[in-house]
Design a protein around this ligand. Structure first.
Ligand code: SF4
Ligand SMILES: [Zn+2]
Ligand SMILES: [Zn+2]
Length: 303
C-alpha cells in the first residue's frame, strides 16, 4: 500500500486498497464498507434474525474476534465460545485463550469455555497421537462436536464462525480437487441444522478477505494472535492451496470473489448430493453419525 494513496470517496489518506472491488479507502470509509458488507451478507443469505441468541466460535485470531466485534456493533445478542485444545507448542492454546478472555472482558461478552483437559482429560495432540488421523483431522472433529454440543445444550439459535473469503475459496477449491460432492453440497454461508441436535451455522464474513478482516482488527485495536495459524497448520495442504490462489488473485484480482459468489448462485444444484440416508444418532452422545458411535466419541474413547 503506497503512502500517497488517497481514498476514492473523500480524498483523505487511504489505509487499504481493495483491488477486487476497485476501491481505495480511508479508515472511516473502510470501516463503513466493512460493516455494510457484513450487514448485507447477513440480509442476503438470511443468516441471523434480530432476536436470535448467537454463539460465536472464537479462536483468538483476527477473523473470529472481528466477527464478534461487528455483530456487537450491529446490535446482536452475542456470546463467545472458546475451545481450549490443549496445544502447548508455541504456547498456542495459552496465548489464544488469554486473547479471547481479554477481548470478552473488555467488550462485556459472555464467554463459554470448553477446556478439553478438564472436560475429557485429554488434549488434541494427545488424541491425535492415539489416532490414525492427522492432528488437524482430529481437531476438526473435536471442534465441530463441541461447537454443536454447546450451542444445543445452551439453546443458542445460531452458531457463527469467522470464515473469510480466502478460507471459503480454499475449502471450495480443495473439495473440487477431490470431487467431494458431499462437502461441496454443504458449503454455504448458511447451513441449516438438518438434525434436531444441530443448530443453524452461519459465516457472516464470507465475502470479506483475510486482508480486510486484519485491517478491521487493527483499526479497532483488537488484540489478536499475530501468528493466526496454529503451529500444526505448517505445511498443510490448505495453506498450499491458499498460496496458489493468492498467486492467481495477484495476477487477476477478483478471481476469488467471482469464483465463490458464482458458486453460491449455482450451489442449489449440489444440494441433492448431500447424502443423509445413512445417518443415525450416536449411541453415546446422540449427535448424528453414519456408524453406531460418532467419530468424536470413538476418538475420546481411544484417548
Ligand atoms: S491447524 Fe491447529 S487449530 Fe487448526 S485444525 Fe489443525 S490442529 Fe486444529
Ligand atoms: Zn474516505
Ligand atoms: Zn457421539
Amino acid at each position: 500500500m503506497k503512502g500517497k494513496m488517497r481514498c476514492t470517496k473523500c480524498n483523505e489518506k487511504a489505509v487499504i486498497s481493495i483491488r477486487s472491488r476497485h476501491r481505495i479507502l480511508c479508515e472511516k470509509h473502510f470501516l463503513e464498507y466493512f460493516i455494510n458488507t457484513v450487514e448485507q451478507t447477513i440480509r442476503k443469505y438470511s443468516l441471523i434474525k434480530k432476536k436470535d441468541k448467537v454463539l460465536v466460535a472464537v479462536s483468538g485470531g483476527k477473523d473470529s474476534l472481528t466477527l464478534c466485534d461487528v455483530l456487537l456493533k450491529l446490535g446482536y445478542d452475542v456470546s463467545g465460545l472458546y475451545i481450549d485444545l490443549g496445544i502447548e507448542r508455541q504456547r498456542y492454546s495459552k496465548e489464544s485463550r488469554r486473547k479471547v478472555e481479554k477481548f470478552s472482558s473488555v467488550k462485556g461478552v459472555e464467554l463459554n469455555i470448553v477446556d478439553l483437559k478438564k472436560e475429557y482429560g485429554v488434549s488434541v495432540p494427545l488424541l491425535a497421537r492415539r489416532s490414525p488421523r492427522s492432528v488437524c483431522s482430529v481437531c476438526g472433529i473435536v471442534k465441530r462436536h463441541e461447537m454443536n454440543r454447546i450451542a444445543f445444550n445452551n439453546n443458542y439459535d445460531v452458531l457463527a464462525t469467522g470464515h473469510n473469503l480466502d478460507d471459503e475459496v480454499s475449502v471450495l477449491m480443495s473439495n473440487l480437487l477431490h470431487w467431494n460432492f458431499d462437502l461441496i453440497s454443504r458449503q454455504s454461508p448458511r447451513l441449516e441444522g438438518w438434525h434436531p441436535k444441530l443448530s443453524l451455522k452461519v459465516k457472516p464474513l464470507c465475502l470479506l478477505t483475510e486482508k480486510e478482516t486484519a485491517m478491521y482488527a487493527i483499526t479497532n485495536d483488537i488484540d489478536y494472535m499475530l501468528y493466526d495459524e496454529c503451529p500444526f497448520s505448517e505445511g498443510s495442504t490448505s495453506i498450499t492451496i491458499k498460496e496458489a490462489l493468492n498467486r492467481i488473485e495477484d495476477r487477476s484480482p477478483s478471481t476469488k470473489l467471482y469464483f465463490y459468489t458464482e458458486f453460491l448462485k449455482h450451489r442449489s444444484m449440489f444440494e441433492s448430493l448431500h447424502d443423509r440416508s445413512r445417518v443415525s444418532d450416536c449411541e453415546v452422545c446422540g449427535f448424528p453419525t453414519t456408524s453406531k458411535k460418532c467419530a468424536f466419541c470413538r476418538i475420546i474413547e481411544r484417548g
